[in-house]
Design a protein around this ligand. Structure first.
Ligand code: ATR
Length: 283
């Protein structure tokens, strides 16, 4: 690590934050490009979040990532937010410039970059997208897919009220809505003609229950993506691949969402490549 009197410092705010792979990822890039800087984990309780952000700006940090549970609170501490953050309703990247706090959300960007990198032939306009889940991740995916030009999004969630409120808040935040709420009871119709299926729930993650969905009604032409990346090869991806669907794993979303922050904080656009994937997986 190179640290001088003019080092650029960034970090990740979360509670807890010890699970975050962002320090490993950003410090690897700093080392790879020989940059005078550091990226540190910042465990911050929810009640201290706002004062912590102000303090970081005063301390001369160049920025920070924001993770669970602070992403919505981060929207409120910013002097200015990007349209992506406003439409998603959450901030995951902060830029401190002359004590001015700018908030961005790069999750939608990371998701779509990963999809196109993993399957360049996939065409957003070719048919409906099915999203499982209605939490923070699903919100970012909806915005990304609407921008990419999917003709329709079918949202399926255990708690229907949460899917309803996601659709409501997305429409209030200035998104053009082509969203339908599907139900597990109507799963075959939800899958019909789908061009994409994404798991945006925590099911299938190590230590969580299995997703356990029946893919028999899903066209084999549909692309299947899981935002879960621990394990990298989820049961969903294995089942989809075995029946002939193209699949994209979730690790690339984590890597690509970090690119805009790193670029602006440290003045270097970092590469997302196989060596980086192996390094982050080795954590
Ligand atoms: P994130 O910000 O990562 O999206 P979240 O907001 O906690 O996390 O959302 C988790 C998603 O996984 C939700 O869609 C949740 O469904 P509910 O809205 O019904 O809670 C879904 N999820 C989590 N555990 C689940 C389970 N055991 N069965 C079905 N869905 C589950």
């Amino acid at each position: 690590m190179i640290l001088s009197g003019t080092s650029r410092i960034a970090g990740v705010l979360g509670w807890p934050v010890s699970h975050s792979r962002s320090p490993r990822l950003h410090n690897h890039w700093l080392e790879r490009y020989g940059i005078d800087g550091a990226y540190i984990p910042l465990p911050v309780r929810p009640e201290s979040f706002s004062s912590a952000v102000t303090a970081l700006a005063s301390l001369g940090f160049c920025g920070a990532n924001v993770t669970v549970p602070h992403k919505e609170a981060a929207l409120r501490v910013c002097d200015e937010v990007t349209s992506s953050a406003r439409r998603i309703g959450a901030v995951n990247t902060l830029f401190f410039e002359e004590e001015h706090i700018l908030g961005d959300n790069t999750d939608a960007y990371g998701f779509i970059q990963n999809l196109f990198e993993g399957c360049p032939q996939w065409q957003a306009s070719a048919g409906p997208a099915v999203i499982l889940g209605a939490g923070g991740a699903a919100r970012a995916l909806c915005v990304a897919l609407l921008d990419a030009g999917v003709p329709e999004i079918r949202l399926v969630n255990r708690t229907k009220e949460r899917a309803d409120s996601l659709v409501d808040s997305l429409s209030q935040n200035g998104n053009t809505i082509h969203l339908k709420i599907g139900t597990w009871g109507d799963w075959e119709n939800v899958c019909a003609e789908a061009n994409l299926l994404v798991n945006a729930t925590s099911l299938g993650m190590s230590g969580q229950p299995a997703l356990g969905i029946d893919l028999s009604a899903l066209p084999t032409t549909a692309l299947v993506n899981d935002i879960v990346y621990t394990p990298l090869e989820t049961d969903l991806l294995t089942t989809a691949r075995e029946r002939g669907n193209r699949v994209v794993d979730g690790l690339g979303m984590l890597l690509h969402q970090a690119v805009p922050g790193f670029t602006r904080w440290f003045g270097q656009t970092p590469d997302v490549d196989e060596e980086l994937r192996r390094f982050v997986l080795g954590a």
